[in-house]
Design a protein around this ligand. Structure first.
Ligand code: T4K
Length: 429
């Protein structure tokens, strides 16, 4: 065999492999869709037992025994005096913001799920978007101070991916400037900061127990705090403001967690170790298998802290991979790997914020950069070794042939060939 042929053969093989990607007409790597955010489910038997119990008791909502028990367990784990369980984290944030008497302007990151900003705007408070530290993806305390105006009443930090904010620096700023400090801890149940569990920082913290979260209650949320007065106000406000029968003392809403949600939450708590083991195994496998792919960077966790490893997050450096994050996500979707662009495009690029602050991006260079390169991969108890391996192989193949894949995809768009379904990024079913 001549040297020429030896050199050419692997190229032909590689081109074949690219041509066989599902986006170019090949068979998808997975028969069934592989999701980000597949719920972690604990023991069905224990859940069904609890559901039978609550049906027998005919106590379905309004602070039944399962909600009480769930609150106690969460408070114990967070190391706080109080936990108030809620129907979801968005309503929990709204109520906490109101109970803490935030008003005017509140400083938040734009790199978060839009619920953080909406919880403010829903009550006519202006979210002032602050840039992030690119190393942690969390609000950058060094930039917070510059965003404070006479109308600022608080700061909401978000522990993105369960990686804690710089709590110390934010606490110092909040104290010095007389601001309330809340944390959106939607991702951070089971995580710690400097050896203390998340939940106990700032004036209050808010967890999410949505189906996609590390611990789920179907839908659910909770506020944890050590502030007795704040806890009392939140507890009243989540129950229409009732102080006993017939006596309403605040404007309130319905933020109650149902018994069936608490039953799910309690059942999940019994399997937390199993969830962490699965998440950590997947995270470590992704880390190993993606480590040598140039331009693909995995967000890492601080092994000296407690982590839930719930998110496997990549940053794609297009200058190196020569294939964009969006093209990579399109390829993965075609293979039935429904990677997500969390958090794209950043709250400041979503309505109504985009219209209110059309130039916000000028103050958010790191957020803009990150939203263009970040993506989340499937993990959790529903995802196993073989699946992680195949996802990594697809990424490896795409990056190894970045320019070729990009050119083919760009051509498909330019010539309107139906090589892939662009809407596939957004529409999953
Ligand atoms: N703050 C932060 C920082 C947050 O990330 C969130 C929520 C909140 C506050 C508010 O918390 P909650 O009010 O929700 O308690 C999803 C979740 O709905 C949302 O809870 C989560 N963050 C956000 C990051 O992701 P979407 O609109 O992307 O959800 P969706 O329906 O596309 O589902 C995500 C993935 O999970 C899909 O790939 C499908 C899969 N999935 C989903 C559900 C519900 C399943 O496999 N099974 C399921 O039952 O927002």
């Amino acid at each position: 065999m001549s040297t020429d042929i030896i050199e050419v053969l692997p190229k032909i093989a590689a081109q074949d492999a690219v041509a066989e990607l599902a986006i170019f007409g090949g068979t998808p790597a997975f028969d069934k869709k592989l999701y980000v955010g597949r719920p972690n489910i604990g023991s069905r038997e224990r859940l069904l037992e609890r559901i039978n119990d609550l049906l027998d008791r005919r106590w379905l909502s309004n602070r039944g025994p399962y909600v009480d028990e769930f609150e106690q367990r969460i408070a114990e784990m967070a190391g706080t005096k109080h936990c108030i369980a809620m129907c979801n984290a968005t309503v929990a944030l709204e109520i906490t913001i109101r109970a803490a008497e935030l008003a005017g302007e509140v400083i938040v990151p734009s790199f978060t799920f839009v619920a953080t900003a909406h919880a403010l705007k829903w009550q006519e408070i202006t979210p002032v978007f602050c840039d992030i530290d690119p190393a942690t993806h969390n609000i950058d305390p060094d930039r917070v101070e510059a965003m404070i105006t006479p109308r600022t009443t608080g700061i909401i930090g978000v522990h993105v991916w369960g990686r804690p904010c710089d709590v110390e620096a934010l606490t110092t700023i909040a104290r010095r400037r007389g601001l309330k400090l809340l944390f959106d801890a939607a991702h951070a149940f089971g995580c710690s900061y400097k050896g203390h569990m998340i939940g106990s920082f700032g004036d209050a913290e808010v967890f999410s127990f949505h189906a996609t979260k590390f611990l789920n209650a179907f839908e659910g949320g909770a506020v944890t705090t050590n502030d007795d007065e704040l806890a009392a106000r939140i507890r009243l406000m989540k129950n229409f403001g009732f102080l006993g029968y017939d006596n309403v003392i605040y404007i309130g809403t319905n933020g109650k967690m149902s018994e069936v949600s608490a039953a799910m939450g309690l059942t999940g708590l019994e399997s937390l170790e199993e969830f962490i083991v699965a998440n950590r195994r997947n995270y470590e496998q992704y880390r190993r298998e993606l480590a040598d792919i140039p331009g693909v960077h995995l967000a890492t966790y601080d092994e000296t802290e407690k982590c839930n490893y719930q998110y496997v997050v990549l940053e794609i450096d297009e200058g190196v991979t020569q294939v964009s994050r969006d093209h990579l996500v399109e390829v993965l979707h075609a293979e039935n790997v429904l990677a997500r662009r969390y958090f794209y495009p950043g709250c400041h690029q979503m309505e109504p914020y985009r219209s209110y602050f059309p130039h916000a991006g000028l103050l958010l260079p790191e957020t803009e950069r990150l939203t263009g390169r970040v993506m989340s991969l499937p993990t959790g108890t529903a995802v196993g070794r073989d699946e992680v391996h195949r996802v990594c192989q697809i990424i490896r193949l795409v990056v190894a042939h970045g320019p070729d894949v990009s050119a083919r995809l760009s051509m498909a768009v330019a010539t309107r060939e139906p090589a892939f379904e662009p809407a596939g990024i957004l529409v999953e079913e």
